[in-house]
Design a protein around this ligand. Structure first.
Ligand SMILES: Nc1ncnc2c1ncn2[C@@H]1O[C@H](COP(=O)(O)OP(=O)(O)OP(=O)(O)O)[C@@H](O)[C@H]1O
Ligand SMILES: [Mg+2]
Length: 481
């Protein structure tokens, strides 16, 4: 595991010692500085992963030091310490790009939790994501896969990264949506600016709006102080809205406005602010269902899906499994100081045949457990007891909504249909072109399915794994009524 480096900055030596002590107990490598100037120098020399800095210091103030730090590295992760009653300055710090602030006197537990969050945010921003390159790469993570749907993904990343386009990433849990979001960011023109990920599903609906856009003082019960939202903190950068399926209609309205007009108003505030942030979203939900239920705005849906990437489930790219197994084997050997040389062919063929409902994450966890528990230098079938206990063919996942994978489920029917027009339908199908058609030519796909089912809507909806209402909404959208 990486040993994170922290820098603590305060003009009170006693406090410095105390904070250093308990952070070292947590396993961090801690340096200290007693002034803003010293902090700038220490950052230059040690390149800490996060900085915890007092606001009020003689000489260069914490705020000024923060501005200097951010000027040199807009991605620096800085937590500010502030005395009780001076939250106004703390808010100024947030506007200047501090990750968060903590009020003195604080509990050690509070600081620990905040540092953990800040380090994770910093990792997401800075850890390099490589596309199927050298798996020996030690200073980042790789997106592994040479299957044709993955090659398509790399191509799309290359095409959209440098534009400012809003990108929507869809796919089942564990398929690599977050990795792809980070790859897009790192290949974009905003790569040196902040990248903030917000897991919308993990934040209560009532708080999400304020998390994203901030709030005015006293705008709701519990809003004691004014708050700066993630969009503002992310100015000039990229925000990754993870799991956008669950969000209140008023938050959705605000996001739509940011996308259309680049402006927003904090909760309970009349003040309109401008903001320049690129938005990337992900979801594993069928948003059409949410639209039908009146829980998701249709206009926002269209605005978000301008560029859509469909992450293939692992079971649809089984040829990538051995590559992933190798990659994770090396990764966990390094991480746990093991030297497992190989995997027995029986075990590999079992892993290659398994359906992986939890996708790459499930595979990664399985290899991790096996590496940690293994007694020998080769992994055997019995090193995967959890998987062995499950039926090999897991419960089939529901057929994804149109566009996501519907084309795959219809590959054979497409072949029949295409045969009269195209000489080599299988080449056409293998080229992956039909998948793009399915994304952009929903209408053709809908017509095809309806025709194949004698226009029976109930039956058509059923085979596509969508509700009849969704089908009707889609038909209406494409003028097929
Ligand atoms: N193609 C890949 N190559 C290597 N590692 C991968 C790949 N895809 C996913 N992973 C790894 O699998 C885990 C899950 O990936 P990630 O968090 O990006 O998935 P997700 O689609 O965002 O899942 P969820 O919907 O559950 O949030 C991560 O540890 C990630 O590094
Ligand atoms: Mg995710």
């Amino acid at each position: 595991m990486k040993n994170f480096k922290l820098l603590v900055v305060d003009d009170t030596p006693v406090l410095l010692e105390m904070v250093k002590d308990f952070l070292e107990e947590e396993g961090y490598a801690v340096k200290t500085a007693i002034s803003g100037q010293e902090a700038l120098q220490a950052i230059e020399e040690d390149k800490p992963d996060a900085v915890i800095m007092d606001i009020k210091m003689p000489g260069m103030s914490g705020l000024d030091a923060l501005s200097e730090i951010k000027k040199k590295d807009p991605q620096a992760t800085v937590i500010m310490m502030t005395a009780y009653g001076t939250t106004q300055t703390a808010i100024e710090a947030m506007k200047r790009g501090a990750y968060d602030y903590i009020t003195k006197p604080f509990k050690n537990e509070e600081v620990k939790a905040l540092i953990k969050k800040a380090l994770e945010a910093g990792r997401l921003m800075k850890e390099k994501v490589f596309l199927r390159t050298d798996p020996d790469n030690l200073d980042g993570v790789c997106i592994i896969g040479k299957s044709s749907p993955m090659l398509d993904i790399y191509k799309t990343i290359g095409k959209v990264a440098e534009s400012n386009a809003t990108v929507s990433i869809r796919g089942e849990s564990g398929t690599g949506k977050e990795l792809v979001a980070r790859a897009i960011f790192q290949n974009s023109l905003r790569r040196d600016k902040p990248f903030l990920a917000v897991n919308c599903a993990a934040i209560p609906e009532s708080l999400l709006e304020s998390e994203l856009f901030g709030h005015a003082r006293g705008s709701f019960t519990g809003a004691i102080n004014k708050r700066v939202g993630k969009f503002q903190q992310c100015e000039g950068g990229t925000i990754f809205l993870d799991e956008i399926g669950d969000m209140s209609l008023s938050t959705q309205a605000k996001i739509l406005r940011v996308l259309q007009e680049h402006t927003f108003q904090p909760v309970g505030s009349e003040e309109t602010s401008e903001v320049d942030v690129r938005v990337i979203t992900s979801t594993n939900k069928d948003l059409w269902r949410a639209i039908e239920a009146g829980q998701f705005r249709e206009d926002l849906y269209y605005r978000l899906k301008v560029v859509t990437l469909y992450m293939p489930p692992l079971r649809q790219r089984k040829e990538d499994i051995p590559l992933l197994v190798d990659y994770f084997l090396q990764k966990f050997n390094r991480e746990f100081n093991k030297s497992i040389k190989n995997i027995h062919p029986d075990a590999m063929s079992f892993l290659s045949g398994y359906d992986w409902p939890g996708n790459v994450r499930e595979l990664e966890n399985a290899i991790q457990t096996a590496v940690v528990m293994a007694k020998k230098e080769i992994l055997f079938l019995e090193d995967f007891p959890v998987l062995l206990g499950k039926p090999k063919e897991s419960v089939p996942a529901p057929v994804p909504a149109l566009g996501e994978g519907a084309a795959d489920n219809y590959a054979d029917k497409f072949k029949e249909l295409l045969a009269p027009i195209i000489k080599e339908p299988s080449i056409f199908l293998d080229s992956g072109l039909y998948k793009k058609m399915a994304g952009s030519l929903e209408k053709t796909l809908l017509e095809t399915v309806l025709n194949l089912n004698n226009k029976n809507q109930v039956q058509s909806a059923k085979v596509m794994g969508i509700s009849r209402n969704t089908l009707r909404a889609l038909m209406k959208e494409h003028g097929l009524e």
